[in-house]
Design a protein. Sequence first.
Length: 240
Amino acid sequence: MDLFYDLHIHSCLSPCGDDEMTPYNLVNMAKLLGFDLIALTDHNTAGNCRAAMLAGEQAQITVVPGMELCTAEEVHMVCLFPDIERAEAFSDFVRTTLPPVRNRPDIFGRQLYRNESDEISGEEEILLLTASSLTLGQAAAAVREGGGFCFPAHIDRDSYSVLSNLGAIDPSFGFTAAEVYEKTQREPLSRRHPILRTMRLLSDSDAHSLEKMREPDEKLSLPENTPQALLALLRQELQD
Ligand SMILES: [Zn+2]
Ligand SMILES: [Zn+2]
């Protein structure tokens, strides 16, 4: 089946995420827009994924649990997991690699845990916007060890991206996918970095507010609409 996807969306748990980006709201907005499959990827945490998956079950849209990890090099990487247990286990691990800096809600915004019915179930006190002590290589290895899949985020942006911060994608990291925010940048980037021709290039909204969620645009072909099937597809290496 061909499925409309958006694999990079933030909720109100990200300090920069709108308070209206509750798990219930973002899942139902995605459904309304016509998506079949989305991933919730807050900064350095999977803390709202369980609620989003429950909301997804009710709305009949697949929600893949994940996070957007900030590595020691300040490279953003989207990490996806086949189930909530593995996502939460990885999230607990990442927490131990974050500096113990407290959030300043007045400066960075609130970091709200909400359940699938939108009720606030807690507020995160550790600032989630900082960089983990894990290098990109260490992080990629840890995601794989934890049963997940990861790809470098918005590689066409000039900050927090693997190309802006490291200059190239090291083949030893074994990435089989990468996210290009602007689809029109895929070809020019692939000319400059031929390694991209061996990778599946994805484009996601990286939405932090309901208004910034995109219209469905591109589809992935999966045998079934599940996180497991998505991860299996993304792990495949493309032939040049
Ligand atoms: Zn990012
Ligand atoms: Zn993001």
